[in-house]
Design a protein around this ligand. Structure first.
Ligand code: UD1
Ligand code: CA
Length: 463
């Protein structure tokens, strides 16, 4: 009976050649989270007390991506194969008392129940080694599991090494193994590299252990969709689709309406309140939080932003790192850039861009405005085409607009400037000085009509 704490070794040093990418394979995101981070979080969920990540290719970027995670890193200088990579962890886990789960860092879709079941099989059968497999309708590319006449797993044959009758086996190896430190590292040290690729295959572990008469248990994943290892961009798209479906199902269970779940892109860390209705083509990214009873129309992209309740985001808005209070209306085609804060009941209409600005309760900017670096009070009306002129080519300056002010159409507010509470700015004005409370500022040339001009210019028979 195995006792002691669980440790996890994640293999993440590989070349990832088949991705043809500058980015290390394990850092490609699946629904907004790098593949490797999916594996680390899973490790936490199954109660791994220590997580050792084997890094190599793109080590610095992998290290950065893991900042903030409680993991230990070990380097594999040369990528000599999965067996060689796993052995690198001996340095940290050689004396570990308790089961060690070794798994590939390129499987983003595992569920915690699956690893729990693998560990159960390991314990229940007092096994020396437990192996995770899948009966796959598409075994191509995976190692095949060969069983002996009693049905016990005997060896794993990599596809590159396999003859046709072995290729016909549909049970595949998923690259997840459980054993105790002594047996694991002792066996790994014996693995050779006499194979087509000249690599140290971790898969040889099974044959070494089985041969020596030890007990081997296995568990086959129930849902084949969990088994996917990402080697190519096509695998990445499959993983994304599978994870997307899971996330969509979760939110529908929680009371969110997705008009077309297959066309709704909700990343893994997003949260959504009940009775929110989301249209096709919407992308909710990063740490976005959407309240309840919201409506998000087609094609809007919202990243790292918070929405209160009852918010209506109309079609084709782009919203980044912003906060939107309850009962706001935004869009269609509005752009909220980082640090935009809309208080409750704000209305932002079409072709309005807001950046690093705060709009008070019930303020309206319905059409074609730019509001940048501004503090706008409550109940303010920003007319069509009004603009904060916040940049002189070198520095950015702030604009302040007091409660209940009215900024007429096509006004330019040249910052730094203040329009005090209840003040009016006449349409077409270019404001460079403070507008006092309750006053009207008119800053434009007075209209002059030149009577009879057309006739004088073109004569009477011009057409
Ligand atoms: C491996 C298994 C295969 C299994 C499949 C499941 C071996 C030899 N084969 O194949 O039986 O069906 O996983 O997905 O193990 N890595 C290193 N250092 C290395 C090489 C790889 O850390 O030197 C890491 C990679 O970053 C990756 C993992 O190990 O996360 C698996 O390597 P990969 O090359 O993807 O193995 P597969 O060919 O998929
Ligand atoms: Ca792989």
């Amino acid at each position: 009976m195995a006792s002691g704490e669980l440790a996890l070794i994640l293999l993440a040093a590989g070349e990832g050649t088949r991705m043809r990418s500058q980015l290390p394979k394990v850092l490609h995101p699946v629904c907004g989270r790098p593949i490797l981070l999916h594996a680390v979080r899973l490790g936490r969920e199954i109660g791994a007390k220590r997580i050792v990540v084997v890094v190599g290719r793109g080590e610095d970027r992998v290290r950065d991506a893991l900042a903030g995670e409680e993991v230990e890193l070990v380097r594999q200088e040369q990528q000599l194969g999965t067996g060689h990579a796993a052995l690198r962890a001996a340095e940290l886990l050689g004396d570990h008392a308790g089961p060690i789960l070794v798994t590939n860092g390129d499987h983003p879709l595992y569920r915690p129940q699956t690893f729990a079941a693998l560990l159960d099989a390991y314990r229940a059968e007092s096994a020396d080694l437990a192996l995770l497999t899948a009966h796959s309708p598409e075994p191509e590319g995976y190692g095949r599991v060969v069983r002996d006449s009693d049905g016990k797993p005997e060896r794993i044959v990599e596809e590159t090494e396999a003859q046709n009758e072995i290729r016909a086996i549909s049970e595949v190896n998923l690259g997840a193994y459980v054993a105790e430190a002594e047996l694991l590292f002792h066996s790994l040290a014996q693995i050779g590299n006499k194979n087509r690729k000249g690599e140290f295959y971790l898969t040889d572990l099974l044959e070494l252990v089985a041969e020596s008469g030890r007990r081997v248990a296995s568990f086959a994943v129930e849902d084949w969709n969990e088994a996917l290892g990402v080697n190519t961009r096509a695998d990445l798209a499959k993983a994304e689709a599978a994870m997307r479906e899971r996330i969509a199902e979760r939110w529908m269970r929680e009371g969110v309406t997705l008009i077309d779940p297959g066309q709704t892109y909700i990343e893994i860390d997003v949260e959504i309140g009940a009775d929110t209705v989301i249209s096709p083509g919407v992308m909710l990214r990063g740490a976005t939080r959407v309240g309840s009873g919201c409506r998000i129309d087609a094609g809007s992209v919202i990243e790292d932003s918070t929405l209160g309740d009852g918010v209506w985001i109309k079609s084709h808005c782009s919203i980044e790192q912003s906060e939107i209070g309850s009962d706001c209306e935004v869009g269609p085609s509005a752009h909220l850039r980082p640090d935009s804060q809309l208080s409750d009941g704000v209305r932002v209409g079409n072709f309005v861009e807001i950046k690093n600005s705060r709009l008070g309760r019930g303020t309206k900017a319905d059409h074609l405005s730019y509001i940048g670096d501004a503090t706008v009070g409550s109940g303010v009306t920003i007319g069509c085409g009004a603009i904060t002129v916040n940049y002189d080519g070198r520095e950015k300056y702030r604009t302040t607009i007091g409660d209940g002010a009215f900024v007429g159409c096509n006004a330019n507010l040249i910052a730094p400037v203040e329009v005090a509470a209840e003040a009016y700015v006449a349409a077409g004005s270019t404001i460079t000085n403070r507008v006092p409370e309750g006053s009207l500022a008119v800053a434009r040339a007075r209209q002059r009509n030149i009577e009879g001009w057309r006739k004088r210019r073109f004569g009477s028979n011009e057409d």
